[in-house]
Ligand binder design. Structure first.
Ligand SMILES: NC(=O)c1ccc[n+]([C@@H]2O[C@H](COP(=O)([O-])OP(=O)(O)OC[C@H]3O[C@@H](n4cnc5c(N)ncnc54)[C@H](O)[C@@H]3O)[C@@H](O)[C@H]2O)c1
Length: 325
């Protein structure tokens, strides 16, 4: 087995997250789930730094209040109410953004998410498992896939005016898992799968014209955290909500350390750290190395002369095909 490589952590001091925020001046930014929590603070901070905001959320009342607040402070913002699980609704939101600002957004945050009570392991204790309520996956995964696809579709239709970035709000649960939160954690693993897939396609030159990023916060005290979870976490230092939103601003501003595909991990109340897409694989390298050597041994069985097994397998295939005919 090969030695697992140690990946040096590239930490970002919390108080330097906004150092380069002036770089977002003039950018047009679309944020899903922009009416509260991380999305709301992100919008306020970006507007202060001179970006224009297009906010998408289910919560119309909170959207209207936030747009009024940003405009009241001299910023530029508009919004559309949309359910991110619907392609049509998100397309209407992108259309509205183009109508209001005259162009596609430069930076798109796929951020809307829920912490639904849809865990795989929950059933009613009876004979039949309870049907899985998959709303968490629909919002946290399907919603983000739709946002990602629409961003790329709108970018393909128009020339870039500013750096284009696609940003997914994942979670540390998408790396470590979450006790009693299997569905949520799985949805965030899936989110990181989109990030990694797009990053690989960009690196291979199959996609171009934008950068792709993710943030992975540990628990933070937003509306998504139910009282029961807060009780469970009592005494544990959570990530400060502004640290997460400032990490999202850091991504919008771009940096050498972040490159074209950096994700920001916020694994505790301390410094955020950068994970590049190429380093996402070695996290499981030791396992895949072990698996590779096992696969090589198994497939060498035929070469080693186990033709009896080969003959028996092929005979079975012929017999089954004949019986089915
Ligand atoms: N707070 C945490 O502990 C934490 C940790 C890791 C990741 N996250 C992720 O951060 C993101 C933002 O969450 P938050 O913590 O700011 O919570 P939040 O509840 O304050 O914000 C989420 C927003 O998404 C909106 N939303 C929910 N379903 C929607 C839908 N179907 N269509 C459109 N909008 C919808 C909500 O109305 C809300 O405004 C989520 O993806 C969440 O999973 C949160």
């Amino acid at each position: 087995m090969t030695q697992r490589a140690t990946i040096p952590l590239v930490d970002i001091p919390i108080d330097s997250l906004l150092n380069n925020e002036a770089a977002v001046k003039g950018s047009l930014v679309l944020v899903t789930g922009g009416a509260s929590g991380f999305g709301r603070l992100l919008a306020v901070q970006l507007a202060k730094a001179g970006a224009s905001l297009f906010l998408v959320d289910l919560n119309e009342v909170a959207l209207a209040a936030l747009v009024a607040e940003i405009k009241g402070n001299g910023g530029s913002a508009a919004s559309a109410s949309a359910d991110v699980t619907s392609t049509d609704a998100q397309r209407s939101a992108f259309e509205a953004c183009v109508k209001v600002f005259g162009r596609a957004p430069d930076i798109v945050y796929a951020n809307a998410g829920v912490n639904g009570n849809d865990n795989f392991e929950e059933d009613d204790g009876g004979d039949a498992p309870k049907p899985w309520r998959d709303l968490t996956f629909k919002i946290n995964f399907r919603g983000m896939v739709i946002t990602s696809a629409l961003a790329q579709e709108y970018w393909a239709k128009s020339p870039a005016k500013a750096p284009r970035r696609l940003v997914f709000t994942a979670s540390m649960g998408g790396i470590n898992g979450i006790p009693a939160g299997s569905c949520y954690a799985a949805s965030k693993h899936a989110t990181l799968g989109i990030w990694k897939g797009l990053a690989d396609d960009l690196a291979a030159g199959k996609l171009s014209g934008f950068t792709v990023h993710a943030v992975c916060p540990f628990f933070a005290a937003t509306g998504i955290l139910p009282a029961a979870v807060r009780f469970f976490l009592a005494g544990v230092p959570l990530v400060a909500v502004p640290t997460v939103s400032n990490a999202l601003v850091y991504i919008a501003a771009g940096s050498k350390e972040l490159g074209n595909d950096g994700a920001i991990l916020l694994p505790d109340a301390g410094k955020p750290t950068i994970l590049r897409a190429k380093d996402y694989d070695p996290l499981v390298q030791e396992f895949t190395d072990a698996l590779d050597s096992r696969i090589a041994r198994e497939s060498s069985n035929v070469a080693a002369g186990s033709w009896g097994q080969w003959f028996s397998d092929v005979t079975n295939i012929f017999n089954r095909t004949a019986a089915a005919a």
